[in-house]
Write a protein that binds this ligand. Structure first.
Ligand SMILES: [Zn+2]
Length: 381
């Protein structure tokens, strides 16, 4: 059986995957959400330890605050012995791993020391947070668990599950490690307006015909880890904030251009329209998609989830089910996200179903459940 927890992570991602059988359970934690979500990370680690289970792998998809903030605060609040006992492996691309792998000390502009001492200012700053996470990993004696060069084409076997890394590719990781300082702390171009974008006032049917916006050019997102998780007959895509051209290319290579049936897709970059592509949607068969978003970006922009992305999912699909950790359409978008025509054409007909998931799971199929909350079992002493 496989249980996936799409946890509340504010603007970010925090997913927890449990799989196995009564005799042996395995656990993978993917990101920790924003700094305020550290208590979730803490609870997961302590609960696993109480159950005498390990966290087989922690995946740090990339360095943005909405993904690593909760890992920093969560790790900080768990004592070293429990952390060392519990966490088995950490997949996190660092400058050290990059340099070591490539032996490029003379070739790239920044040395490891230079990368580590530069601290950016401002909210959502990637590199300062990456340094904090490296510091915590060192302080808590977890450095020997760190696997710090993870690129596409790699396979990891974690407790009978196979993880096929789809992103980043070597070039994107290299571009990030070389040029991140130019990106500084600006997530992407396009200003910081918190107005609703034009597209939400358009009908889904009209948006189906619109062009896909250009692919996400953010260097940190392009360096995000994305992977295919396969365990028994379950296949899930965990796409982090990765860029569609990168993860799609690797997926197609892996599948030798055959279409692949996916049980659930964790949409890239909180469902952004810039992080999905026609080529990707043509290469998979999927009905269920997870969106980790409270409806805004770290900068307060209302660009996630993208309405063009949702319209594109509906193209050529009989039915689309969106599983969400927040009711973003109600609160962030004040119930204005979907038009009257959308409701009539897609919701009344059940072509599009939207669920806010909770501790009551959504069953994708026998043996695969998606939860929105991780509720530790009471320990009876
Ligand atoms: Zn993100």
């Amino acid at each position: 059986m496989v249980d996936v927890y799409l946890l509340k992570a504010k603007e970010g991602d925090c997913l927890f995957v449990r799989y196995g059988n009564e005799n042996e359970m395995h656990n993978i934690l993917i990101d920790g959400g924003c700094a305020e979500c550290g208590h979730t990370v803490e609870r997961i680690i302590k609960q696993c330890d109480n159950n005498n289970e390990k966290i087989d792998l922690v995946v740090v998809t990339h360095v943005d605050e909405d993904h690593i903030g909760g890992l920093i605060t969560g790790f900080a609040s768990v004592n070293e012995e429990i952390l060392k006992r519990s966490i088995q492996r950490i997949a996190f691309n660092t400058s050290r791993g990059f340099l070591q792998h490539n032996k490029l000390n003379g070739k790239i502009r920044k040395t490891e020391e230079a990368v580590k001492v530069i601290v950016c200012e401002g909210d959502g700053c990637s590199i300062g947070d990456a340094k904090s996470l490296c510091d915590i990993i060192n302080e808590k004696g977890l450095k020997c668990k760190l696997e710090d060069y993870i690129v596409s084409g790699t396979e990891m076997i974690i407790g009978n599950a196979k993880l096929t890394i789809l992103s980043p590719d070597e070039q994107s990781l290299s571009a990030f490690m070389n040029k991140w300082e130019e990106e500084n702390n600006c997530e992407s171009a396009g200003g910081c307006s918190n107005e609703f974008p034009e597209e939400i006032y358009k009908d889904l049917t009209a948006l189906k015909k619109e062009k896909y916006p250009g692919a996400d050019a953010s260097l940190s997102n392009r360096a995000s880890i994305a992977f295919l998780f396969e365990y028994e007959d379950v296949k899930i895509l965990f796409l982090g904030d990765a860029a569609a051209p990168i993860y799609t290319k690797e997926l197609k290579k892996y599948m030798k251009n055959e279409k692949i049936s996916i049980d659930v897709v964790k949409m890239s970059h909180h469902g952004s329209s810039r992080s999905i592509s026609k080529r990707f949607l043509d290469s998979i068969d999927a009905e269920v998609f997870m969106v980790s978003s409270n409806g805004t970006t770290l900068k307060g922009q209302h660009t996630v989830p993208g309405k063009i992305a949702i319209a594109k999912l509906l193209n050529r699909r009989n039915k689309v089910i969106l599983l969400n950790n927040y009711c973003w359409w109600k609160y962030a978008y004040q119930n204005q996200y979907f038009t009257i025509n959308d409701i009539r054409e897609y919701f009344d007909t059940k072509l599009l179903e939207l669920y806010k998931i909770s501790d009551n799971p959504y069953m994708v199929k026998e043996g695969l459940n998606i939860y929105g909350e991780f509720k530790p079992k009471k320990i009876i002493s």
